[in-house]
Design a protein. Structure first.
Length: 266
């Protein structure tokens, strides 16, 4: 049972995590601190409480989630150094390794999250990576928190850049695809709003079919492609425009950029 969580930084992701935990674990106390008075003023959800200082945040809770901007982390680390030793730390800061925090904060219980924008609707695919010396109780608690905003995938930290490309950036590629699919609907005579609803419903059906059947995408793809039929004509058009290789290149480009950030920031 997680008794209390402190969230340092109340931007979109900090707020999403706070609300997700409150909804799934209403007995857990959530404390939040942000240097922005405007963001602190936005805290109005039941179960989420403001604190007046970093010291109060760190001395009030069991687990601290670092949700600040990457450029602010060095200043923050200086400010929290007097009272952060041996704390349980979860970071959602891109490019900062668990080893980095273990050295700076002097604790072994360090975890990294890589959620995506779907955390706002508790539909995030969140990578979870632990420092090699983290204890099992902390690991269990961190996974529970990650699952409060969607699905948690425990991965080796060396795969974080690849996960960022596939999930963090990949969701943007899917939004782009839904827009393009919807514009195809518009071209064929359906309004954009209706096309978006239909396309989103199709995407939901894709997920549920993969989840429930356990089949691979290619198996299902060939099932709906009848000889000389409608679908194979559309797939042929995608192939002519190098759809598969374009998507692969997009993920790999995002991966390479993520690797650059990972290797240059510590």
């Amino acid at each position: 049972m997680i008794k209390s969580i402190g969230i340092l930084g109340f931007g979109n992701m900090g707020e999403a995590i706070a609300k997700g935990v409150v909804q799934t674990h209403p007995d857990c106390k959530i404390f939040v601190y942000d240097k922005s008075e405007q963001k602190m003023g936005n805290i109005f959800s039941p179960g989420i409480e403001k604190v007046g200082s970093l010291k109060e945040l760190f001395t009030s809770v069991h687990i601290i989630i670092l949700a600040v901007k990457p450029q602010d982390i060095y200043t923050i680390l200086e400010e929290i150094s007097p009272f952060s030793s041996e704390k349980n730390i979860i970071s959602i800061i891109a490019g900062k390794s668990t080893y980095f925090f273990a050295q700076k904060i002097r604790t072994n219980n360090i975890c990294r999250f890589m959620p995506n924008i779907a955390a706002q609707s508790r539909g995030s695919s969140t990578a979870v990576s632990f420092y090699e010396k983290a204890d099992e109780e902390f690991k269990t608690s961190a996974i529970i928190i990650a699952e409060s905003i969607g699905n948690a995938f425990v991965i080796p930290e060396k795969q974080m850049a690849a996960f960022t490309a596939l999930s963090g950036s990949g969701i943007a590629f899917v939004f782009q695809f839904i827009h393009a699919l919807s514009m195809g609907g518009v071209r064929s005579g359906i309004s954009y709003n209706d096309s978006v609803k239909i396309s989103a419903s199709v995407l939901k059906g894709v997920y549920e079919t993969l989840e429930n059947t356990g089949k691979m995408p290619m198996d299902l793809l060939t099932t709906v492609s009848t000889p000389s039929g409608i679908t194979i004509e559309g797939l042929s058009a995608l192939e002519e425009k190098a759809f598969n290789s374009t998507v692969m290149d997009a993920v790999f480009a995002a991966f390479n950029r993520s690797v650059e950030i990972e290797t240059s920031s510590d």
